[in-house]
Unconditional design. Structure first.
Length: 555
C-alpha cells in the first residue's frame, strides 16, 4: 500500500488467531474470545482483548487514525457494544468507538446498527433548545433515530386529532409533522417506538395512568382506546398492523432475534406479543401486570413489570430474576451499561445493576434528597460517550453515573413556579434520552401528560440537547456484513469513514482542545457500554490523520 504511511503506525492487531501487535510490542491479552479465521468473535459475556497502557497509545492532543473491520451478529439479540476504547470513566477522558441504536424511553433497542465515535476530557457544552414539536403537547413520549433523522412521539393535545402524532426534527427549533397514528381519537399518545428491519414502528396508548384505567374510562365515558401498532410509510402516512391483545397501552416495543415484540398494560393482562407479519402471536404474560419494558441483552429478552424483572424462556414462559429488589415499588426502564443490565425505579429513584451472580446492586439515587418525599422516578437511562445518563421525575433532572453511590446532577430541563411535592400536576419528567449526531438529546414532559398541566413557561413538551465531549456518528444501518470503519482527528476536526467513504465530520468547540491521555488499558471488543456483539479484525492505530486515499486503500 504505497500511499498508506507505515512510519506513523502505532499498533496493528490483525487478530488472525491471536492478539499480538504485528508492528510493535503492544500485545493484547484475550479473554472469552473465539478465533474465527482472521477475526476475533466477542459475543460471550465479559469477552475482551486488553492491551496494557503505553505512552504511544494515549493519543493526547495529537492527530490520529483508528481503523478496523467489524461484522455485527445477525439477527440482533443484544446491544451492539464497543469496538475499541481507551477511556477513563472517572476523569471522562479518552475515546470510544461503538455500535449502537436508539432505545426510546420505555422501549427496547432497535435492530439498526449505527456507528458512533466520541472523545472527551470532561467537556460539557451548554443545553440548547431544540423546540416544542406541537404547541399544546405536554410530553415527549419517545426520541428515536431512524435512517439518519431524529423522530419523537407526542402525548395529549388541546384537540384530540392533534394528539398521538410523530414529528421529525429538521433543524434549530423546527419539527415536521409526520402524521397521526390512526383516526381513533381515544388514542392520545404515541406510547412506544422502535426501528425493526429498516422500518419505524409506533404503538398507541394513553400516557396518563388515570385516563388509562378501564374503570375510569367506563365511568367517564372515554370510549375504547385499544392497543394497536402502526408502521411508518413516509410523509404523514402510517399503516395499521392491527390490534395487539386487548388493552389500553402498547407500553413498549423491541426488536429481538429477527422479530418485533410488543408489551401491553395490565388492562390487557400484561401480555407480550410477537409480530408474525400478518398478526400478533401471544408470548404469554410474566405476571399479569403491565410490561413496562422489553430489552434484549446477551441473547436473552428481558421484561420489566411493576417491581419485577423477567427473562423470556420461549413458548410463552417467563422466569423471574428480580422481585422488588432493594424494596423498590416499580421498575420503569431497562438499559445496558458496563456489560450489565440496569433498571431505573420508583419511588426512591434508585438505579439498580444486575451483577454476575444474579444479585442487584443499588448504584445510588437520583431526584429529591433522602429524607424528603419519596417521589423519585428514573424514566430513562442512556449510555453516551462512555458514561451513563438518567432522566428523573419530579424535577425533570438529568444525572450522570460516576460511581456506585455517586450520581451527579447536571441540569433541570423543565420547571414550574407552583411546584409542590404533594401536587402531581406540578411534577415534571425527562421522559426519554438518546444520542443523535454529536449530542445527547432529552425530551421533557408533565407528570401525567395532560395538556391542562402545561407550565406557564412552556418548558414541558420540549426537546433539549447538549454536547458531552465531541462525537461523530453514522446513523444508518451498517447491517451484518463486514464493514470497514475508520475515524480520524486532524486538529479540531473528527471524521468518520464507512467502507472508504466519509460519512460524518464535526468541529470541536471553540477554545477547547481535547487531551485524551489516560493510563487505562486499551480494550478491543469491549468498552463502557458492553461487549461487542460480533467479530472484529485488522485493528490499526496511526499517529496521524490518514488521507481519504489511504483510508480507501485500507478498506
Amino acid at each position: 500500500m504505497p500511499n498508506t504511511p507505515t512510519d506513523s503506525l502505532i499498533a496493528h492487531w490483525p487478530l488472525a488467531g491471536d492478539a499480538r501487535d504485528a508492528c510493535g510490542n503492544h500485545h493484547g491479552v484475550a479473554t472469552g474470545v473465539t478465533w474465527a479465521g482472521a477475526a476475533a468473535q466477542f459475543t460471550a459475556p465479559g469477552a475482551e482483548i486488553r492491551v496494557a497502557d503505553a505512552p504511544e497509545l494515549r493519543l493526547g492532543n495529537s492527530d490520529f487514525t483508528i481503523a478496523l473491520r467489524a461484522r455485527c451478529d445477525v439477527p440482533v439479540r443484544s446491544v451492539g457494544g464497543d469496538l475499541i476504547s481507551k477511556f477513563d470513566p472517572d476523569l471522562r477522558c479518552g475515546f470510544n468507538l461503538s455500535i449502537d441504536s436508539s432505545a426510546p424511553a420505555y422501549c427496547g433497542m432497535s435492530d439498526t446498527r449505527h456507528v458512533r465515535f466520541g472523545i472527551d476530557d470532561g467537556y460539557i457544552g451548554p443545553w440548547q433548545d431544540c423546540g416544542r414539536p406541537a404547541a399544546s403537547n405536554p410530553l415527549i413520549t419517545n426520541l428515536i433515530v431512524h435512517d439518519g433523522a431524529l423522530y419523537c412521539g407526542s402525548a395529549d393535545a388541546a384537540e384530540p386529532m392533534d394528539a398521538c402524532r410523530v414529528y421529525r426534527w429538521t433543524s434549530g427549533e423546527q419539527w415536521q409533522d409526520c402524521g397521526r397514528l390512526g383516526d381513533n381519537l381515544n388514542h392520545l399518545s404515541v406510547q412506544s417506538m422502535c426501528v425493526h428491519e429498516g422500518q419505524l414502528y409506533a404503538g398507541t396508548g394513553v400516557w396518563d395512568w388515570v385516563r388509562a384505567c378501564p374503570v375510569v374510562r367506563k365511568e367517564q365515558g372515554l370510549g375504547d382506546a385499544g392497543t394497536r401498532v402502526f408502521v411508518y410509510e413516509g410523509g404523514a402516512q402510517w399503516r395499521d398492523l392491527g390490534a395487539v391483545g386487548d388493552g389500553i397501552r402498547v407500553h413498549c416495543l423491541a426488536s429481538y432475534n429477527g422479530a418485533l415484540y410488543a408489551g401491553i398494560d395490565r388492562a390487557g393482562d400484561g401480555h407480550c406479543f410477537r409480530f408474525t407479519g400478518d398478526g400478533w402471536a401471544d408470548c404469554g404474560s410474566p405476571n399479569g401486570d403491565s410490561i413496562q419494558n422489553l430489552f434484549a441483552f446477551h441473547g436473552d429478552l428481558y421484561a420489566a413489570t411493576h417491581g419485577f424483572v423477567y427473562r423470556y424462556q420461549g413458548d410463552g414462559a417467563w422466569t423471574c430474576i428480580a422481585e422488588h429488589p432493594h424494596g423498590v415499588g416499580q421498575i420503569h426502564c431497562l438499559q445496558v451499561f458496563d456489560d450489565s443490565l440496569w433498571a431505573g425505579t420508583w419511588p426512591e429513584g434508585y438505579t439498580l445493576r444486575r451483577e454476575a451472580d444474579g444479585d442487584w446492586c443499588n448504584t445510588g439515587r437520583g431526584g429529591i434528597a433522602e429524607g424528603l418525599s419519596e417521589i423519585n422516578e428514573i424514566n430513562a437511562l442512556c449510555p453516551h460517550n462512555g458514561k451513563l445518563y438518567a432522566g428523573v421525575l419530579p424535577k425533570a433532572q438529568i444525572y450522570r453515573y460516576d460511581s456506585d453511590g455517586r450520581w451527579t446532577l447536571l441540569a433541570s430541563l423543565a420547571s414550574r413556579p407552583d411546584y409542590a411535592e404533594a401536587e402531581v400536576s406540578t411534577w415534571n419528567r425527562v421522559t426519554c434520552i438518546t444520542s443523535f449526531q454529536d449530542r445527547l438529546f432529552a425530551g421533557t414532559g408533565t407528570c401525567r401528560a395532560r395538556t391542562v398541566d402545561l407550565d406557564p413557561d412552556q418548558t414541558c413538551g420540549r426537546v433539549m440537547a447538549a454536547a458531552f465531549g465531541q462525537a461523530v456518528a453514522y446513523e444508518r444501518d451498517i447491517g451484518g456484513d463486514w464493514t470497514h470503519i475508520a475515524v480520524t482527528r486532524s486538529g479540531r476536526t473528527l471524521r468518520l469513514y464507512i467502507d472508504g467513504l466519509e460519512q460524518a465530520a464535526g468541529e470541536g468547540p471553540q477554545q477547547h482542545s481535547f487531551d485524551l491521555a489516560n493510563t487505562r488499558p486499551l480494550l478491543i471488543g469491549r468498552g463502557g457500554r458492553s461487549v461487542f456483539a460480533g467479530a472484529v479484525a485488522d485493528v490499526r492505530m496511526y499517529a496521524t490523520a490518514l488521507t481519504l486515499e489511504s483510508i480507501r486503500e485500507l478498506s
